[in-house]
Design a binder for this molecule. Structure first.
Ligand SMILES: O=c1ccn([C@@H]2O[C@H](COP(=O)(O)OP(=O)(O)O[C@H]3O[C@@H]([C@H](O)CO)[C@H](O)[C@H]3O)[C@@H](O)[C@H]2O)c(=O)[nH]1
Length: 375
């Protein structure tokens, strides 16, 4: 079975990663093989608890049957270009569909892109990154309008790191991310966090400003994940953030779109993308729920805005943070970094490891203080 990668993991389980259906095998053959493989490992007591990643809804049933920790999910994304749905990130299929081409292989796609790319001496901005890779026309089609909506800024005003997050491919891989392991928590993130909090007996108080309670709490170390400028009373002025307004809709139809997320790069369309959750969860239901994303400058801060002057301002706050060894600043807002979820989790785990034997917040009095702050 050369197509199976088996790794035992910390929980004495097994991870089986099959990003794509192996050539020449049907889904039922793959399922049967995996069932035999896992049953064998269990019987030989090589594993105690199987944890399985796979990519088809059929396999979800299987993973649930064996109490898997997560459901599998390969993030596919399309862009709506004048009503035509094409893969995003740009790949060979995107080029063939958009321009009626017949680019057969990577070399052909690479040569085609090279003929369009505009050399940029020093790649500094988000415009430079894209124009130098795919040329101005594709830049305008996929990036310029979307970015202006998303950030309220032209790509030429944003650091190169923003659009550099999105690769250009010459193959036909139409996944948004190419990580081998892509999965959603089996019962959703809410349940996952409930379990973690219950397990550690952590009490959570919401709807409070930490300032209202912090003076009454004794701690050795405070972990702060809010905006760093807010922590220091905006003493150097506010750091800019970008927010989103989510418009949730439940529709009386089984499906709204063919993949989880469809981007709308045209500047004239006021939202940036629509996500349909059933693609993520594998849920089967006669109705469907979708969310339209409208970027805004108002509202909860979601995105730090990567550009030189903002980074310079952040550095001043970071200096203040370095003078507070009693506080650990962690997360997107407290470290002003445009991190993905996996990177935020990685940062938190690395910070925890560094804390070593230091006790986290001791907050035995928190409930009383929280109650008095509310009254
Ligand atoms: O069609 C597009 C897509 C992107 N851009 C520009 O690139 C920037 C970064 O894109 P992305 O990483 O997709 O942005 P975001 O952080 O909002 O995406 C996260 O959401 C999910 C997923 O994509 C949801 O569908 C994923 O986990 C994260 O990457 C973007 O801001 C644009 O400037 C573009 O121009 N056109």
């Amino acid at each position: 079975m050369p197509w199976v990668q088996v790794r035992t993991c910390e929980a004495s389980g097994v991870v089986v990663a099959i990003p794509r259906l192996p050539v020449g095998l049907s889904e039922s053959e793959v399922t049967a093989t995996l069932q035999t493989l896992i049953a064998g490992l269990l019987a030989q007591r090589k594993i105690e608890r199987p944890v399985l990643w796979y990519y088809t809804p059929m396999m979800l049933l299987f993973t649930r049957g064996i109490e898997a920790a997560a459901v599998v999910y390969d993030m596919d994304e399309l862009a709506d270009v004048d009503g035509k749905l094409v893969p995003m990130p740009i790949n060979r299929t995107t080029l063939n569909l958009l321009y009626g081409l017949d680019l057969h292989d990577d070399d052909a796609a690479e040569a085609w892109l090279a003929s369009r790319a505009e050399p940029v001496e020093v790649v500094k901005t988000s415009e430079d990154v894209v124009v130098s890779a795919v040329g101005r026309e594709l830049y305008e089609t996929f990036f310029q309008g979307y970015t202006r909506k998303q950030w309220g800024l032209d790509p030429s005003e944003l650091d190169k790191s923003v659009t550099a997050r999105v690769p250009t491919r010459t193959n036909t891989d139409d996944r948004y991310f190419t990580d081998i392991f892509q999965a959603m928590p089996l019962e959703g993130y809410t349940r996952m966090f409930e379990r973690m909090l219950d397990h550690e007996n952590i009490r959570v108080e919401t709807g409070l400003d930490y300032r209202d309670i912090v003076d009454g709490v004794s701690f050795d170390k405070l972990v702060y994940t809010g905006p760093i400028d807010e922590f220091f009373d905006h003493c150097y002025g506010p750091l800019p953030y970008r927010s989103l307004r989510f418009q949730h809709e439940t529709l009386d139809r089984p499906w709204f779109q063919s993949v989880a997320t469809v981007n709308s790069p045209a500047e004239a369309t006021p939202y940036t993308r629509v996500t349909e959750y059933k693609h993520l969860t594998g849920q089967s239901h006669p109705m469907t729920s979708v969310t339209f994303e409208y970027p805004t400058s108002e509202g909860d801060p979601y995105y730090p805005i990567p550009r030189a002057e903002n980074q310079a301002l952040f550095k001043r706050y970071e200096k203040l943070a370095q003078a507070r060894p009693d506080v650990i600043f962690s997360g997107r807002l407290a470290t002003y970094r445009y991190y993905n979820m996996d990177q935020v989790v990685g940062q938190a785990l690395a910070t925890y490891r560094k804390m070593d034997r230091i006790q986290p917040v001791i907050a035995t009095e928190l409930p009383d203080i929280a109650a008095s702050a509310r009254s």
